[in-house]
Write a protein that binds this ligand. Structure first.
Ligand code: NAP
Length: 249
């Protein structure tokens, strides 16, 4: 059987994932992932060549269910994945003393363990032949730095980047693996935080180039997937308008 080669974008139903899908859609066939079919359909409509792209709905917090869901999907649709971009993610903010164990597991599952599970499956010949060539994880500057009330989010992104580096070594030379580390971008995830004018002004004052846009991140993802990055693997590409190198006041 001749399989169709696709690029899988998780979290394609919103924010950075949706913008990434739109950016990649003119040059690739995409497998768009999210939980909500209606929002995924909306992304598909916004893409170039909508009729070429496929939809896969799955809750990534249920890591045990990913294997059956993804392998059945790939087999029944005759699809193999050559590029995998993990944008799905959830934010959690609050002091450690109020963090519930179930919430900690959910954050780790969506941001990190699901990426482990999906990449594990995509490297199996039985499931994906030897189609996989490229992985980009959308991490965060929270992988490298801390802020009050963000312990489990930071831990999930730190784990993702440590995994990325080890995978880059293990899967070379056939598969390149990198991360993009965004600073603050206005998306549904950050909407409520950025709606607070005091917080917004304080944040903006820390960003030498101001806050970012979704396309600042999608351009970085597209670069890492491209042949221009053919000799780059195992790297964290920080895209944050200079936030993390700013030590002034
Ligand atoms: N925005 C920022 O400032 C910023 C900064 C640094 C890093 N990031 C990272 O960028 C990525 C995208 O964030 P965003 O700002 O675009 O957020 P967003 O608009 O809230 O999008 C999050 C995406 O993740 C999916 N998702 C969440 N929980 C899921 C679950 N249990 N199972 C399956 N999918 C799930 C959502 O799907 P549904 O539509 O089904 O909910 C949605 O597509 C995240 O990994 C985030 O950590 C964002």
């Amino acid at each position: 059987m001749n399989h169709a080669l696709c690029s899988l974008v998780t979290g394609a139903s919103s924010g950075i994932g949706r913008a990434t899908a739109i950016q990649l859609s003119s040059t690739r066939r995409l497998l768009l992932h999210g939980r909500d079919r209606t929002r995924l359909e909306e992304t598909r409509r916004l893409c170039a060549n909508p009729e070429h792209h496929l939809l896969w709905a799955a809750d990534l917090s249920a890591v045990d269910a990913i294997e059956a869901s993804l392998t059945d999907y790939l087999a029944s649709h005759g699809v193999r994945i050559e590029e995998y971009v993990h944008c799905a993610g959830m934010w959690n903010i609050g002091p450690l003393r109020l963090l519930e164990r179930a919430t900690a597991s959910e954050v780790m599952n969506v941001n990190f363990m699901s990426a482990v599970e999906i990449s594990r499956l995509l490297t199996r010949r039985k499931i994906n032949d030897k189609a996989l060539r490229n992985i980009v994880f959308v991490s965060s500057t929270a992988s490298q730095f801390g802020a009050r009330g963000t312990s489990i989010y930071c831990a999930s992104k730190g784990a993702l980047d440590a995994y990325m580096r080890a995978l880059a070594v293990e899967l070379a030379p056939n598969v390149r693996v990198n991360s993009v580390l965004p600073g603050a971008i206005r998306t549904p995830m950050t909407e409520s935080m950025l709606a607070d004018p005091v917080l917004l002004e304080r944040m903006e004052s820390h960003y030498p180039l101001g806050l970012g846009r979704e396309d600042d991140i999608t351009q970085a993802v597209a670069f890492l997937l491209s042949e221009c990055a053919r000799w780059i693997t195992g790297q964290q590409l920080v895209v944050d308008g200079g936030r993390t190198i700013n030590i002034s006041g």
